[in-house]
Design a protein around this ligand. Sequence first.
Ligand SMILES: Cc1cc2nc3c(=O)[nH]c(=O)nc-3n(C[C@H](O)[C@H](O)[C@H](O)COP(=O)(O)O)c2cc1C
Length: 412
Amino acid sequence: MSVAGPAGPPRHVVLGVSGGIACYKSCTLARRLTEAGATVDVVLTAAAAEFVRPLTFEALTGRPVLTSLWERGRALAHIHLAKDPDLVIVAPATANVLARAAMGMADDVLTALLLARGDRLILAAPAMNDDMYANPATTANIKTLTQRGWHFVGPEVGALAEGPSERPGRMSEPEAILAAAERLLGGDSPGTRSARSTTSKWSGKRVVVTAGPTREHLDPVRVLTNPSSGRMGYALAEAAQHRGALVALVTGPTELAPPSGLSTTHVETTEEMQRAVQALMTDADALIMSAAPADYRPKTHADKKRPRSAGPLTIELEATPDILGSLKRRKGMVVVGFALETGNGLANARTKMQNKALDFVILNDATEPGAGFEVTTNRVTILGPGGKQVDLPLLPKRDVAERILDVVEEAL
Ligand SMILES: Cc1cc2nc3c(=O)[nH]c(=O)nc-3n(C[C@H](O)[C@H](O)[C@H](O)COP(=O)(O)O)c2cc1C
């Protein structure tokens, strides 16, 4: 399926536009969606209508634009537009609209629609000043919405209206949003295919990649985690996307900007990662588990910070869910695991491969200089079916990602 399935009926998409400077890119997005064959209904907040006139969207989509709850003759339009479409895209999603949606507010036409949408598909493309994006309030709102099933694309690092920035805030480009929409609808579109390799074995394949660490809370301010940077997983996700795959990235907390054009799900705990992966892999062709999820979590979680004055603390830990062990796999899906070892690596990796029924294991040694966590390079050994073993030299993680995909694609 795609925004416009070649044989099927056109997709119905709502494009919710909130009031950020990136509104001008939403015009292109509306155009691209209609060009791809989708029926596009645009809903503008009052602030968005200050940036771009409804008439522009009306001309681009050929359909009336909804700008208020109080339009005569369209009293229940926000409910119909919540329930009927295949996908609701919010682009740009301002800090304000994310906050109101996270709170469950419904004080204008877009937030009322988003609330009525419930757990149906929503894709948001946040866009805002980098400090607004980095503010813990925005982080918490995005987390809340992710937990309710929202999907996010971007924001990206790059020039903002107020000048250059090295931190995320800039809205993803319309093509990247379209690609993420296609991924969610389970297909590809002419609009995005041209930018990708169509000859690669990865082209059109649905790939789920996990990245980064997870965090398990002891109390509201203390966590058990590990120093995984997420770089290896992000490099794999980007490399697979470059080869034409439809990539869904599930990431624990990292400092990295979300890659452009992927549907990115942010999680914090191992259990959240397990749930997100299970939900995404129902139609996946490949699963690449490069995250370093915490294996243990505190058995109890204090609601309040435990003061230092309370004296020595003994923490009882329990195992977190075994993500690979618990997944219901689709027949024929290629599963790639990572084994981060600190000695006796080959034997442990082979055991992991067998016990978890993995098609490939990528072994790296955390004690080796330049490999493992917190570095931009890695040295890995790839173990594959039939006793296959490929030893790679020390390489930048981007190159390691390419070499891993070269080997794994034989099994696709
Ligand atoms: C010139 C200008 C640019 C703005 N750009 C953004 C932006 O990119 N992202 C954002 O979250 N808010 C931005 N704002 C602030 C929002 O417009 C403001 O928070 C507004 O209340 C958003 O309303 P809405 O979320 O209902 O559309 C901007 C404001 C102005 C005046």
